[in-house]
Design a protein around this ligand. Structure first.
Ligand SMILES: Nc1ncnc2c1ncn2[C@@H]1O[C@H](COP(=O)(O)OP(=O)(O)OP(=O)(O)O)[C@@H](O)[C@H]1O
Ligand SMILES: [Mg+2]
Length: 185
């Protein structure tokens, strides 16, 4: 459950290339449960969609390649072990347009919600959101900062094995208290 919202926690992990971003996404997607919401932020080309592909892979959406930024519709939906809603707030006029899509129901429903450019619709994002900020640090390198008030999500991400690669290891044991940290909350 994600209703245990206490203080914010954060962890920073480094991605050395697209494959590592996909792997991080799969690792995170692998522990997501119904009602989890992921807000992705970062500049154009930061890797939000690549990360969304990994998240979908971890949610057992059959073909990660079908995961692309919604273009002709405002919400892409995929069927994995859970229903996945994939939105891109870049294309939304405002928070009202998001509401009119039934966003609150999506967030409280039986699926998982992934929002690219979520910093554009901060007031609409639930408290429990797992925020993932992507910072380009080089042509093929990215820093990912995960941040959430949901202790449930942190527990899920740190349960089990540390993971195979270095980035997943950081995700496993690098969580710190984030109160006072700047950026979307
Ligand atoms: N470590 C990395 N992680 C993710 N993407 C990377 C990495 N290194 C290079 N890239 C490249 O950066 C680009 C990221 O594109 P992507 O569409 O995921 O960005 P985006 O943040 O969704 O952009 P937009 O705001 O336009 O939707 C891809 O071309 C990808 O190959
Ligand atoms: Mg994108």
């Amino acid at each position: 459950m994600n209703d245990d919202l206490t203080y914010a926690r954060f962890v920073e992990v480094e991605s050395g290339g697209v494959e590592e971003t996909l792997e991080l996404g799969r690792r995170i997607g692998g522990v997501l449960e119904a009602g989890d919401v992921v807000g992705l932020t970062g500049p154009l080309g930061a890797g939000k969609t690549q990360l969304a592909k990994g998240l979908a892979g971890g949610l057992q959406v059959p073909d990660e390649r079908q995961v692309n930024s919604p273009t002709f519709v405002l919400v892409n939906e995929y069927e994995g072990r859970l229903h996945v809603y994939h939105l891109d707030a870049y294309r939304l006029a405002d928070v009202e347009e998001l509401s009119s899509l039934g966003f609150d129901e999506m967030c409280d429903g039986r699926g998982v919600v992934i929002v690219e450019w979520a910093d554009r619709v901060v007031p609409a994002m639930p408290e429990k959101t797992l925020w993932i900020e992507l910072f380009p640090t080089g042509e093929t390198t990215r820093r990912l900062r995960l941040r959430t008030r949901s202790t449930g999500i942190v527990e899920k991400l740190t349960a089990g094995e540390a993971g195979q690669d270095k980035a997943c290891e950081m995700l496993y044991d690098g969580w710190k208290s984030a109160d006072g940290l700047e950026g979307p909350s």
